[in-house]
Every structure is written in structure tokens, then in C-alpha cells.
Ligand binder design. Structure first.
Ligand code: S3P
Length: 426
């Protein structure tokens, strides 16, 4: 796909539903009693993988566009799948589902695409095994395919070495089926959608600071869920609005959960004109509209506790930094290496091809700002967030930018190119 320089992005955008919340609404609905009704569900490929895994385990799920009905089987009602569960490209499906599968009365196998087969699963295998689970990496490389034989589990007090909502959620979901109390403490607080939503479904779950505690449940109960727009999809328009000359964009109905809103803080620290209006609480999650305007930006340091609050937005923040005066340092972000691609290596390679002055470090990047980008031939490495970041780079670079594998945006934002076309038409 090809992109060329644009200016004057003006208008309103509504981004699709939040990926993390969409996954969880199906998973928790599937193990609850009654029918969970989900609106504004993200119909990206990752969330469709979650739906198909639960259908394989006997859960009746009806979909009508973004409207989904999950007829739950109750906490102990999942059926043994007759085939391997296909998680596609989805790390969230793999890790959260593993926590649920560990406590079932059947054996199952999970596998996904080439990217999933490289992503680290030791981080969930270790805590699950200490709860008594039987989980093995079939290629003995601590990656998928995984085989999980359901066992009776016991609660643990787990000090997670990584700030990862996927690890935390996996252990908490296993804790639903475990004897006694399960406790997870993170080095920094990661997104807390599991804690908020599982409590709403009736789980005995409390959290305080960086620790969440769950007790086994007898039953969970269906809920009505309205999924807010995904801030991880809004970031492309936030950055496009800040760096594209003569722009003003409003993104409506964006989830602004405080464990996800790190971009607001970082953009403001870079002098970005970002304002939030119409703030409200919807189904336990904070939501609002974000307006951004073309800004004179300056470099900043992005590190420490803000990292888990913008982990998926860091590639786009690196692009933003190219347009800022001075240096931007991204640190404490070694997790970027184990996402859908090695996002440090891929960002450095692609930004460099476009003429940016950027260095990769062990735990992030250093971007020397105010470089002029020029078009280049780039590989998305089939990573949706890389493809979208470089589409925004392409409309802010001279010449033509060609992106290989650009269609991978269907993982989290199937209508991305239509929205881009609409905004650039003015
Ligand atoms: C997610 C958590 C994050 C994030 C991913 C979605 C989730 O991963 O990068 O896109 O829904 O829990 P980690 O928890 O591994 O950092």
C-alpha cells in the first residue's frame, strides 16, 4: 500500500471498540451464567480468534456486526475442544485463555501464527505450574503450541517479574478455579480491565496499588457491556493531528482508563495541544473525547511507571518524537521486543529508512528530533501497530512511502485505511 504527503487533517473520528475489553467481555461472558450482551465489540481478527476458541468449547456466541451475544456455559460448563484452539496472532487470547484452561477438567492445545509461535509463554507457565497446572510447550521452546491438562489448582502469592496485564489476568483467571486465595503483585500497575470487569461479573476480587487478590468463585453472572473506543487505536489520530500541518481532529468516545492514558501525559509534556472533553464513566470505565491540534513539539523522557500505561502506543510515540525539537528518550520498555514484532528493532529500521536520526537501546530508543522524513519502502513485519504508525509517517513524509503487509491492520482496526482516507480528504 502507498502513502503520500498530506496536510490539513480536520474532522471527527470514532475509533473501534477497545481490543482488551472486547476479548475479556467474550471470555468472561463464556464462563458466566446467562447471556452477556456486548455492544461496540471490536470485530478485529484478534477478538474473532477469541470468539472462535470459545465456540470450539461449546459456547453459543451470536454476532451481528459490533453487537455480540454470548450465551454463557457457566464457570464449569466449557467442553473439551475436539481440535487445537487457534489463537491466530493474539497474545491476549493465548495468555488469558491458558489461565482459564488450566482449571478445566479436560486437556486442550493452543496454537497460533508464526508471530505467536515466537512470543514468550514461560511468563505464564511458571505461575500456572506453581498453582499445580500442567502446561507444556510442545516444541520445548517456551512458546506455542501449548498443551494444557486441566488440574485442580491451588492459590499462590505471585510476584510477577513483568508489568503485564496478560500475565496478571492469566493468574487471576486460574485463581477463579483454585483453592484458597490467589494474589498477584506487579512491578508497575498494568491495565486493570480484568479487575474491573471480573468484579462486575461477580468475582470476589479486590485490588490495591500493584496487587490484585481473587478468591475462587461459585458462579459468575452475565453482564451488559458497552465497549469504549480503543485509545490504542486513537493514538494514530492523536499523533497525526499533532504532526500534520494545519490539523485539528476530535476523536469521540475513547476509553480513558487511568492505566491506559499515558499518551495524554506524554503528549502534553511534549507541548502537544491535547484536550479532553465530555468525560464520563460508562460501565465502570472512564470515557471521553480527545481533541488535538498541530503543535510545536519538544523532546521528552518516557520511562518508569508510565510505560505500561502506553506500551502499545510507544511505536507511535517514537514517530511523534521525530517531529519534536530536541531528543526523546524511551526507556524501561524492553517489553517492546516481545510484542507482535520486535518493535524496537522494527521502529529503528523503518524510521532510519525514512531519514530519521534514531538509535535502539537495550530497553527503548533515543530519537534525535526535527528530522525531515522522506518516503521509503518499509516492511510492517505483519505487526498491525507498525503498519498504522508508518501510514501516519507516510502522510508526513516527502515522496512515496510503500508498506508491505499493510493489510495486517485488520488485527485491531479493520477500518483504519477508510478512516485515514476520510480524514485526508478533509
Ligand atoms: C493486553 C496487554 C498488553 C498489551 C496487549 C493487550 C491485554 O500486553 O500490549 O496489546 O489485553 O491484557 P502485556 O500485558 O503483555 O504487556
Amino acid at each position: 500500500m502507498e502513502f503520500s504527503q498530506k496536510k490539513g487533517l480536520r474532522g471527527e473520528i470514532t475509533v473501534p471498540g477497545d481490543k482488551s475489553i472486547s476479548h475479556r467481555s467474550v471470555m468472561f461472558g463464556a464462563i458466566s451464567k446467562g447471556t452477556t450482551e456486548i455492544s461496540n465489540f471490536l470485530t478485529g481478527a484478534d477478538c474473532l480468534s477469541t470468539i472462535s476458541c470459545f465456540r470450539q468449547m461449546g459456547v453459543d456466541i451470536e454476532t451481528d456486526g459490533n453487537h455480540v451475544l454470548v450465551h454463557g456455559n457457566g464457570l464449569h460448563g466449557l467442553k473439551a475442544p475436539s481440535q487445537r484452539l487457534d489463537v491466530g496472532n493474539s497474545g491476549t487470547t493465548t495468555r488469558l485463555l491458558s489461565g482459564i484452561l488450566a482449571g478445566q477438567r479436560f486437556a486442550s492445545e493452543l496454537d497460533g501464527d508464526a508471530s505467536i509461535r515466537k512470543r514468550p509463554m514461560r511468563r505464564i507457565m511458571t505461575p500456572l505450574q506453581s498453582m499445580g497446572a500442567e502446561i507444556t510447550s510442545l516444541n520445548q521452546n517456551d512458546c506455542a503450541p501449548l498443551r494444557i491438562v486441566g488440574k485442580s489448582l491451588k492459590g499462590i502469592d505471585y510476584l510477577s517479574p513483568v508489568a503485564s496485564a496478560q500475565v496478571k489476568s492469566c493468574v487471576l483467571l486460574a485463581g477463579l478455579y483454585a483453592e484458597g486465595e490467589t494474589r498477584v503483585t506487579e512491578p508497575e500497575l498494568s491495565r486493570n480491565h480484568t479487575e474491573l470487569m471480573l468484579s462486575a461479573f461477580g468475582a470476589d476480587l479486590t485490588s490495591s496499588g500493584k496487587t490484585a487478590v481473587i478468591h475462587p468463585a461459585k458462579e459468575l453472572y452475565a453482564q451488559k457491556i458497552i465497549v469504549p473506543g480503543d485509545i490504542s487505536s486513537a493514538v494514530y489520530w492523536v499523533v497525526a493531528g499533532l504532526i500534520t500541518p494545519d490539523s485539528e481532529i476530535t476523536i469521540r468516545n475513547v476509553g480513558l482508563n487511568p492505566t491506559r492514558d499515558g499518551i495524554l501525559e506524554v503528549c502534553r509534556s511534549m507541548n502537544g495541544q491535547v484536550s479532553v472533553s465530555n468525560e464520563r464513566i460508562q460501565g465502570g470505565e472512564k470515557v471521553g473525547d480527545i481533541t488535538v491540534k498541530t503543535s510545536e513539539l519538544k523532546g521528552t523522557v518516557i520511562g518508569g511507571s508510565v510505560i505500561p500505561r502506553l506500551i502499545d502506543e510507544l511505536p507511535t510515540m517514537a514517530l511523534l518524537a521525530c517531529f519534536a525539537q530536541g531528543d526523546t528518550v524511551i526507556r524501561d520498555a524492553q517489553e517492546l521486543k516481545v510484542k507482535e514484532s520486535d518493535r524496537i528493532a522494527v521502529m529503528v529500521e523503518n524510521l532510519t529508512k525514512m531519514g530519521a536520526d534514531v538509535e535502539g537501546t537495550e530497553d527503548g530508543m533515543v530519537i534525535h528530533g526535527k528530522c525531515r522524513l522522506h518516503g521509503a519502502e518499509l516492511d510492517s513485519c505483519l505487526d498491525h501497530r507498525i503498519a498504522m504508525t508508518f501510514a501516519i509517517a507516510g502522510i508526513n513524509a516527502s515522496g512515496t512511502t510503500k508498506i508491505k503487509g499493510a493489510e495486517c491492520v485488520n488485527i485491531s482496526y479493520p477500518s483504519f485505511y477508510e478512516d485515514l482516507a476520510r480524514l485526508t480528504r478533509g
